[in-house]
Design a protein around this ligand. Structure first.
Ligand code: F6P
Length: 323
């Protein structure tokens, strides 16, 4: 079927660069002569029919803005078949021939289910700060969040040093440790505690000792939010080593905000244009990603289900550089 009209939505946690992706999808589709409809609040908006036609100027002055102009949500109703049936009714009502879905794991899982139940081509774009989608080297928002965390840790280091304190800094990422591991390298932290690698109490002592040994009298350990996060490890250290002055800093949602980096803007722009190319080629039910700086198509099943491993080399680099 020849595509004449598409819908675009953002779903799940917002990520810096989503606006650049919406802009690219919108303008690349209009360039093809297609109509573009912005769907508000993700799957929720598709169910409710909260949908408006976009022009090229709808996305003006957005490339530099964090968050998502389309808003986003985590939809419970879309998990149910009745919710998806309502969504499909609106796809028909607004005459949408295809969808572009920008989001993380859960959002692309939703896209996969919809595409398996109804005859509608869906293209996914990886939009999440977590970088946990298989088949793409980076996700939209990851680089910005990494830079935000690095800047925060730089600031924490000033006060940690001044007070001779040990800081456990909690980083987002859900089940994945990419943000934690790489921001630890970028900020010169003593260690990273990530879900992909076990950490016991003896290792903790070693992590902290690394900082103390370097005559800094302070240590910074980055901790992924999973399994109790920074509080859990800080408590353990307080009990085992009461001589240390331990503090916790949970970075929280500030990691999701801010103007996207050049890397994220360019990535989002390339992936957005590529999503329209993919639809033109007749592709459906794939995520468009980037591998070795080349655009790749990854079937939803692989992008969502396969575990994306942390390169052991990164773990090695941090441990060598924190002696
Ligand atoms: O998936 C992005 C993310 O920020 C995760 O890193 C985090 O675990 C989660 O979303 C937080 O979700 P919410 O904003 O709904 O609290």
């Amino acid at each position: 079927m020849k595509i004449k009209s598409i819908g675009v939505l953002t779903s799940g946690g917002d990520a810096p660069g989503m606006n650049a992706a919406i802009r690219a999808v919108t303008r690349a589709a209009i360039y093809e002569g297609w109509r573009v409809f912005g769907i508000y609040r993700g799957w929720e908006g598709l169910i409710m029919g909260d949908i408006k036609e976009f022009t090229s100027s709808s996305v003006s002055n957005t490339i530099q803005r964090g968050g998502t102009i389309l808003k986003t949500a985590r939809s419970e109703e879309f998990r149910k078949p009745e919710g998806r049936a309502k969504a499909f009714e609106n796809i028909k009502k607004f005459g949408l021939d295809a969808l572009v879905v920008i989001g993380g794991n859960g959002s692309l899982a939703g896209a996969q289910i919809l595409a398996s139940e109804y005859d509608i081509p869906v293209i996914g774009l990886p939009g999440t700060i977590d970088n946990d989608l298989y088949g793409t080297d980076s996700t939209i928002g990851y680089d910005t969040a990494l830079n935000t965390i690095m800047e925060c840790v730089d600031k924490i280091r000033d006060t940690a040093n001044s007070h001779d304190r040990i800081f456990f800094v909690e980083v987002m990422g859900r089940d994945a440790g990419f943000l934690t591991q790489n921001s630890a390298i970028a900020a010169g932290a003593e260690a990273a505690i990530i879900p992909e690698d076990q950490t016991d109490i003896d290792q903790l002592a070693d992590f902290i000792g690394r900082g103390i040994r370097k005559s800094k009298n302070s240590s910074i350990v980055l901790v992924s939010e999973k399994d109790g996060g920074a509080m859990h490890y800080a408590e353990r250290v307080r009990q085992e080593y009461p001589e240390y002055n331990v503090k916790v800093s949970i970075l929280g949602h500030l990691q999701r905000g801010g103007s996207p980096t050049a890397y994220d803007r360019i990535l989002a722009s390339r992936l957005g244009v590529a999503s329209i190319e993919a639809l033109k080629e007749g592709q459906r039910n794939i995520m468009v990603g980037i591998k070795n700086d080349q655009i790749v198509y990854v079937p939803f099943s692989r992008a969502i289900k396969m575990d994306k491993p942390i390169d052991k080399e990164l773990i090695n680099v941090l441990s060598i550089l924190s002696i």
